[in-house]
Design a binder for this molecule. Structure first.
Ligand code: CTP
Length: 396
């Protein structure tokens, strides 16, 4: 079950070129199981037609404060009741100013003023409009009023300029909305996570690696961030984009991952080792490309440091969570690994089912025994794992 399944979202569009992204957002919200009702300002209807939003939301789109088709004839009250959140995307500079002032001369602004639910806004405007002290004052006011501000991002703008003010992409907005609904189980906690494979160089162009995609580790990082933690993600080479709102440290080899973890671990409350760390590395990495010969070739390997084991053995160790990827005897190997590495919690999965896939299945082992998390998308398993960690964390 996704976190916004069954949630009733009122999606408001004000006038901005980013209105086209709201069409995709409507589709993504619906796909995630939310019920979406769209309200547009007159300016928004100049950028994209209500017909598009009606087709995508499957519901009549409203834009008129005096809409006689709403039974009570009080659209501004009726449409917002029973909503779990109002999301304004795009939120223009003008609309933010109206919200900050409590103006309500059209349906969407009146709905926002009359609401009983949380309000989330995704600013979208030219960089100078965003940087203008008036806008910044309004944003500060909205923040103080408890309105969640999603973005904006920096980048190419429709006007040809480059800078801060771009609305977040639809997928990013979906993730921010999902995050908003997460219980803040790890608020105030600092979480250090390793993810992805490592790459152990043989020469300048070759190396030893594995097929870990990093998806599980990145999902755990997102789930921890959404639960309110300050997250540092030490990542081996992956093709994944850095999740927003956390620090990502890129490394390549196991030794680099070890070093990156060790300089940060003292500050961590929780350490989660999701990375598929190479157990061995070539004894000597050649400084030039190895040439082919006719003879057999032997690669001498030496052990890499055990990152999780080292962290768990610290005098003031953070709460440590290990992952075990096995191909057979999952339960016996996993519990033995938990005891050997002396970690309070270990999540075990079958490597052949987990590596590269979007879904996974986990068994958690702790002092109380085993807890099965049935097959689900990795982000849902990650949220369940974060919930389990929050329950086991020592209460201060
Ligand atoms: N791990 C680590 N450093 C290593 C090897 C593993 O931090 N050098 C961590 C992984 O991130 C994972 C856990 O240890 O959380 C288990 O990894 P795994 O490779 O399954 O365990 P190993 O100890 O390497 O045991 P084996 O390869 O024999 O299964």
């Amino acid at each position: 079950m996704t976190t916004i399944k069954g949630k009733r979202i009122l999606l408001g569009l004000s006038g901005g070129i980013a209105a086209y992204k709201a069409a995709e957002l409507t589709r993504l919200l619906k796909q995630a199981g939310a019920e979406v009702r769209v309200v547009m300002t007159a300016a928004a209807c100049r950028f994209i037609t209500p017909v598009t939003l009606q087709a995508l939301s499957g519901k009549q789109v409203h834009s008129d404060l005096w809409d006689a088709s709403v039974p009570s004839n009080m659209a501004h009250i009726e449409l917002s009741r029973g909503c779990d959140a109002i999301v304004i995307a795009p939120a223009s500079a003008d609309f933010l100013a109206k919200l900050a002032q409590g103006l309500c001369d059209d349906l969407l602004s009146a709905l926002c003023l009359a609401r009983e639910c949380p309000l989330l806004v995704a600013p979208a405007m030219n960089l100078q409009m965003w940087a203008n002290p008036a806008t910044q004052r309004n944003v500060k006011q909205l923040h103080a009023d408890g309105v969640a501000i999603l973005g904006p991002a920096s980048g190419d703008q429709a006007c040809g300029e480059v800078g801060m003010g771009r609305m977040l992409e639809a997928q990013e907005l979906l993730e921010e909305i999902e995050a908003f609904f997460q219980p803040k189980l790890l608020a105030g906690k600092r979480v250090l996570i390793t993810a992805g494979p490592t790459f152990e160089p043989i020469d300048t162009v070759r190396g030893i690696t594995n097929t870990s995609s990093g998806k599980m580790g990145y999902a755990v990082a997102r789930a921890a961030r959404d639960a309110g933690a300050t997250v540092t993600l030490v990542s081996g080479p992956t093709a994944l984009a850095a999740p927003r709102g956390l620090e990502r440290v890129d490394v390549s080899s196991a030794q680099e991952m070890y070093d990156a973890v060790m300089v940060r671990v003292a500050k961590a409350d929780v350490f989660i080792g999701v990375a598929a760390v190479a157990d061995y590395r070539p004894k000597k990495a050649m400084r030039h490309k190895l040439k082919k010969g006719t003879d057999e070739m032997t690669l001498e390997l030496q052990p890499n440091p055990d990152i999780l084991g080292t962290v768990a053995a610290r005098r003031k160790a953070p709460f440590c969570v290990g992952f075990a990827a096995e191909t057979e005897n999952l339960e016996a190997f996993a519990e033995a690994k938990r005891r050997r590495k002396k970690v309070p919690l270990l999540a075990a999965n079958l490597a052949q089912h987990a590596f590269g896939a979007d879904d996974n299945q986990l068994i958690l082992f702790d002092d109380q025994g085993r807890h099965e998390l049935p097959r689900a998308p990795k982000i849902e398993l990650a949220r369940a794992l974060v919930g389990h960690i929050a329950r086991l964390l020592p209460k201060k």
